[in-house]
Design a protein around this ligand. Structure first.
Ligand code: GRF
Length: 195
């Protein structure tokens, strides 16, 4: 049974989708939900589900990223995860931190990578007049939003879409894609999932 630590920054909708899927017959189970924001709503939701939680406020550390990551590493190391899922985690992690979990840290990004790494992905897809948008689950490497792709799902861009409507459509697909990828990844299969 693989042990999964999940990192969030806000509501944690992807974290909840993953945790709910792991509640069934699944090769992994959640052992920690941690956040860089003590006020992240997802922490309360995870705690209500009986999952250990931790919060390390990045603001306390100012510009000292290394000190923040050292503090964040404590509760993560204490639960000895096999896999780390970044799920709406909005802090950029250093190559040193990422390197500690090489090949076993996943992230979901709201675009069809390699298109639109970084922020404001939906606005960029709309501005480009793309007919499709979507989301990608990838291995986290030192290069932001650029690791090996483990899954991708496409949604249509519809007439009249604004950023909020497209984001909602993509997020619903994220909640299907990420659990499908984690199931496969946790069973040792790295074949990408395409929905
Ligand atoms: C989503 O757009 C997701 O793609 C990105 O963070 C946003 C919030 O995710 N990674 P969640 O609702 O906190 O899981």
């Amino acid at each position: 049974m693989k042990r999964v630590a999940l990192l969030i920054s806000g509501g944690g909708s992807n974290m909840l989708a993953l945790v709910r899927d792991m509640a069934g017959d699944h090769p992994a189970r959640p052992v920690l939900v941690a956040s860089n924001d003590p006020a992240a709503a997802g922490l309360g939701k995870a705690a209500a589900l009986g999952i250990p939680v931790a919060a390390v406020d990045h603001r306390v550390f100012g510009k000292d990223r290394a000190a923040f990551e050292a503090a964040l590493l404590e509760p993560i190391a204490a639960c000895a995860p096999d896999i780390i899922c970044l799920a709406g985690f909005m802090r950029v992690l250093s190559p040193d931190f990422v390197g500690r979990f090489k090949g076993r840290m996943l992230n979901i990004h709201p675009s069809l990578l390699p298109k639109y790494p970084g922020l404001h992905t939906h606005a960029r897809a709309l501005a480009a007049g793309d007919a499709e948008a979507g989301c990608t689950v990838h291995e986290v490497t030192a290069d932001l939003d650029a690791g090996p792709i483990l899954g991708q799902a496409r949604v249509p861009v519809l007439a009249g879409d604004d950023e909020a409507r497209l984001a909602e459509r993509v997020l619903a697909m994220e909640h299907r894609l990420y659990p499908a990828v984690l199931r496969r990844f946790a069973s040792g299969n790295r074949t990408p999932v395409f929905l």
